[in-house]
Design a protein around this ligand. Structure first.
Ligand SMILES: NC(=O)c1ccc[n+]([C@@H]2O[C@H](COP(=O)([O-])OP(=O)(O)OC[C@H]3O[C@@H](n4cnc5c(N)ncnc54)[C@H](OP(=O)(O)O)[C@@H]3O)[C@@H](O)[C@H]2O)c1
Length: 308
């Protein structure tokens, strides 16, 4: 597909989740605080979008993003909808999620743990972007004023084994059966360290199960792009120099985080360049104002030499 001029737009979304990030010198951790008992606050967030300008007569490819109600998934879904290169589809887990991101007919409701429920969403798609994830919840009673660490748990049936392994495997299988031509999977840095603190969170071994799904994708025979993101930031996209790494080496540096908006853009750009295919890489960014913002994604993907 051709490289096209990109024009920044500004949109607003509503988010019903909050996030806690903790960093140490060698690790990042990421948590979504989610509670069935609390009512979610709805914050307006300003997102920077890039809209590809293209000849609308050119044939569009149909792209499904799963986890479309999630924080990165929402950005990808909106970018796809803004682009005339693509026909956007989203998969969300609940009707509530569907309504929260506009309720359009291109949003399918399905649970990735049940392959049959995602089959309708993958029919006729050209590409799949996987942005689902198990979400640890914080146990009640933690008081930050008293120090110590909060404890976390996963809902029964929603452990990383079920969501990040079985759920991602189901998506890969369903998309492959439907004839998908490319799968982009967003994973996480940290997967080379079995003892990474994130694995202890809620006894979920989340990075281990994510890594198993990445391997399954790499072995699937479907052209793939595996993006192992560093700590995700809710910051403006398109204004930072993006960094590519391998084997978690970036975790030992000061540059181990990346805006969700940039991860979303890399997902979309991966659909446009052959150089992105059959590659797996770590993704982080320099601080804003340091380095040169990444704009040439052909060169960006070309520098990646790692297949897993
Ligand atoms: N947070 C970080 O710092 C960090 C760092 C590195 C990598 N990552 C990875 O980056 C990716 C994006 O992160 P994010 O924070 O933007 O994601 P997020 O907001 O936590 O979204 C995850 C999405 O997965 C969906 N989901 C969970 N279980 C599902 C199921 N059974 N069926 C269908 N959908 C399901 C959730 O839907 P519901 O809301 O309806 O449950 C939610 O929309 C994730 O893979 C994450 O692990 C995150």
């Amino acid at each position: 597909m051709a490289t096209l001029p990109r024009v920044p737009l500004v949109i607003s979304i509503r988010s019903s989740k909050c996030r806690l990030v903790a960093e140490s010198s060698t690790h990042f951790s990421y948590l979504t605080l989610s509670s069935s008992s609390s009512s979610h606050s709805r914050n307006r967030k300003s997102l920077s979008l890039s809209a590809a300008m293209a000849d609308s007569s050119s044939s569009s490819s149909t792209v499904l993003v799963t986890g479309a109600g999630g924080r990165t998934g929402q950005i990808v879904y909106k970018k796809l909808k803004e682009s005339s290169l693509y026909v956007a589809r989203g998969l969300v887990r609940t009707q509530e999620s569907k309504e929260s991101i506009g309720g359009a007919d291109d949003l399918y409701v399905g649970d990735i743990r049940d392959e049959s429920s995602i089959v309708p969403a993958v029919q006729g798609i050209d590409a799949l972007i996987i942005l689902t994830s198990a979400v640890p919840k914080m146990k009640a009673g933690f008081d930050p004023t008293k120090g110590g660490r909060p404890e976390f748990f996963f809902d029964e049936g929603a452990y990383p084994e079920q969501v990040d392994w079985i759920g991602q495997k189901n998506q890969i299988d369903a998309a492959k059966a439907a004839g998908v031509k490319q799968i982009v999977l967003v994973g996480s840095m940290g997967g080379t360290d079995l003892n990474h603190p994130l694995n202890k969170l809620g006894n979920g071994n989340i990075l281990i199960w994510k890594r198993k799904a990445e391997q399954y994708l790499a072995d699937s025979g479907v052209p793939y792009t595996i993006i192992r993101a560093g700590g995700l930031l809710d910051k403006e996209g398109g204004v930072r120099e993006l960094l590519v790494g391998k084997d978690d080496e970036l975790l030992k540096t000061e540059t181990k985080s990346v805006p969700r908006a940039d991860v979303a853009e890399v997902c979309i750009q991966a659909l446009q360049f052959e150089e992105s295919k059959n590659k797996a890489f770590d993704l982080a960014s320099k601080a804003e104002g340091v380095g040169t913002p990444t704009k040439d994604f052909k060169a960006f993907f070309s520098q990646i030499t790692t297949q897993f």
